[in-house]
Design a protein around this ligand. Structure first.
Ligand SMILES: [Ca+2]
Ligand SMILES: [Ca+2]
Ligand SMILES: [Ca+2]
Ligand SMILES: [Ca+2]
Length: 196
């Protein structure tokens, strides 16, 4: 009986030593830090942000071609796809000349936006130009049509820090009638950079 008791005590001591040994092995701990900062997505069109570009053409007449150029910079830290849209077209009659009345113009709104076309678009990065005309379709859309159809042109994939030149050419076709005399059309040229 005594022998059995001794054996149990011995097992207990050994088990106890094994238990101590479990806490005595080497170990090491390392801790990494997680810090997350959101990037920025921002474009600047022209010399100021927000944009104050305003293109104006006066005394245009049938047969005129009008060129405009916008400089668009991705000033954020993220890459994006640049889009352009024509929106919020407003047509003003601006008075009716005698030839307009003769042509059957009865008053507001004006008709210039029905006829003024966006004929060409191109994007230039680092001196290399790419035509965007295939996205305009044929026949070329008038500014009224571009707005009504929500025409959206994918201009270019613009990397953070990169600058693109966007050329947009406008035309009042030769066969435009007297009905647009002294009419005014105003619209927004909306540049949008979408995160990709
Ligand atoms: Ca901006
Ligand atoms: Ca009218
Ligand atoms: Ca008119
Ligand atoms: Ca008019």
């Amino acid at each position: 009986m005594k022998k059995i008791l001794m054996s149990i005590m011995t097992i207990g001591v050994v088990a106890g030593m094994m238990g101590v040994g479990t806490f005595a092995v080497f170990n090491d701990t390392e801790t990494a830090i997680g810090t997350f900062t959101a990037g920025t997505l921002n474009i600047q069109v022209g010399g100021t942000d927000p944009c104050t570009e305003h293109i104006t053409f006066d005394d245009i007449a049938p047969g005129d071609y009008l060129d405009s150029l916008f400089v668009v910079e991705n000033t954020g830290s993220l890459d994006g796809n640049l889009y352009v849209e024509i929106k919020n077209v407003k047509n003003y009659e601006n008075g009716r000349t005698e030839p307009e009345q003769e042509a059957g113009d009865t008053g507001n709104p004006g008709e210039l936006g029905e006829y003024l076309q966006l004929t060409n678009m191109a994007v230039g990065i680092g001196g290399t130009w790419t035509s965007l005309n295939s996205q305009l379709g044929w026949p070329r859309p008038s500014v009224n049509d571009a707005d009504a159809s929500n025409l959206t042109v994918l201009v270019v994939f613009l990397r953070a820090g990169e600058t693109a030149k966007v050329g947009m050419d406008w035309k009042l076709p030769e066969d435009t009638s007297n009905i647009v005399q002294n009419d005014i059309v105003e619209f927004d040229i909306v540049f949008r950079l979408d995160q990709v």
